[in-house]
Design a protein around this ligand. Structure first.
Ligand SMILES: [Fe+2]
Length: 387
């Protein structure tokens, strides 16, 4: 990373703003300067130190319920496949053939045997090579010793997380405080009924900030979300080492079917839990149905996003599901229009970061800055000193 030490990107503004984020209270917090979002060198560090080290969500366990069910996901361009084994366990395997590096599986599906489309090398659901055509005669090749590399995998609240780093501490214990908040919603029992992929023209942090603040719900989503989850009903909750989030109430005058798990209190039924497990997962959790986004940065201004909706119970009509999907996309389109324009503004030489709204509305924006600062500030300051 030596080459990065000389970049003009490490302006005092950005490093100073990150340091300030660690100490400041919510009532004195500020937005970040443009370089925080536009620096390619910072993105390189984030990819290595955050996405390459942390737990990254690749989808939901209920998307692959049966042995042989799989879903693929690229982490930092590294092809990974989560597959349910004959033993019922989910494993995260390298999705790259041990022969000549062809990615083996695409998208989602069911395959009791994973067959490479190039030369038909075949693996079982635990990654063991079981077939390599025409190679039986090679004495120096033992197919029993050949398997796909396996990554660590954890399932938390129905979300499948994978880390490329063998030394990252387990995720679930770090999310214990969040568990206590979402437990009664039983997200793990909800069924994923819709998943799609998009590329958004935005920085990954801008996208997380957008999803995780309720300040814009009423002004930007005037017709779509304001009548359901208005800004005035937002409340922040304390962040943790591996999560942050806020609550937003459902408008009391809104006609709404009160579906949900019997463990939920009336107050929980009337409240959405918006939470992030950085760097790549944000969730809008509710009693009836919930949404999630898995975010992978491609450039400073482009993300691949895996978006989905998951539902409590089985008594949903096609029409109800369609309505939920439509509302989801309408609001996302409104967000996309704003995020698309943000990069222009963030590049302005005349932009000075403004004050954040109170914690209830923009507390999670500071939480994200603190998360990045906790992980990267020491490294950034070290690099700057050497420059
Ligand atoms: Fe929004």
């Amino acid at each position: 990373m030596d080459g990065l030490a000389h970049g003009a990107w490490m302006d005092d503004d950005m490093v100073g703003a990150l340091r300030a984020a660690l100490d400041v209270g919510y009532d004195r917090a500020f937005a970040m300067p443009g370089s925080f979002y536009l620096s390619e060198d910072l993105l390189e560090i984030e990819r290595a130190q955050l996405f390459g080290r942390e737990w990254v969500c690749v989808g939901r366990a209920d998307e692959i319920p049966e042995p042989g069910d799989y879903m693929t996901y690229d982490i930092l361009g590294e092809p990974v496949v989560a597959v349910r084994g004959e033993d019922g366990a989910i494993r995260a395997l390298s999705n790259v053939c041990r022969h000549r590096a062809m990615p083996i599986l695409e998208g989602k599906g069911r395959a009791r045997r994973m067959v490479c489309p190039y030369h038909a090398w075949t693996y079982d659901t635990q990654g063991q090579l079981i077939g390599a055509p025409q190679l039986q005669g090679r004495a120096d090749f033992d197919k029993r010793a050949c398997r796909l590399p396996e990554f660590r995998c954890e399932v938390w609240q129905g979300f499948v997380f994978v880390t490329l780093d063998p030394n990252t501490p387990p995720l679930a214990p770090r999310l214990a405080p969040l568990d206590a908040i979402v437990r009664n919603y039983h997200l793990e029992g909800m069924k994923t009924r819709y998943v799609t992929y998009e590329v958004w023209k935005t920085n990954w942090k801008s996208l997380i900030e957008n999803f995780m603040e309720g300040y814009h719900l009423s002004p930007l989503h005037k017709e779509t979300l304001h009548p359901i989850n208005p800004t005035s009903l937002c409340r922040h909750f304390p962040d943790g080492d591996a999560h942050f989030g806020y609550f937003v109430g459902f408008a009391p005058d809104m006609a709404r079917e009160r579906k949900g798990h019997p463990d939920l209190s009336d107050e929980e039924i009337d409240t959405c839990v918006m939470f992030a497990v950085p760097p790549n997962l944000v969730v809008g959790g509710a009693s009836d149905y919930s949404s999630f986004l898995c975010i992978e940065p491609l450039t400073t201004n482009r993300c691949r996003v895996r978006l989905g909706l998951f539902f409590h119970g089985d008594d949903w009509t096609e029409e109800q599901i369609e309505r939920a999907i439509r509302l989801f996309h309408e609001t996302m389109e409104e967000d996309k229009l704003v995020l698309d324009q943000l990069a222009r503004g963030l590049g302005s030489r005349h932009y000075t970061p403004g004050p954040l709204a109170p914690a209830a509305y923009e507390g999670c924006v500071l939480d994200l800055h603190r998360y990045v600062a906790r992980r990267l500030l020491g490294l950034l300051e070290g690099l700057r000193e050497r420059a």
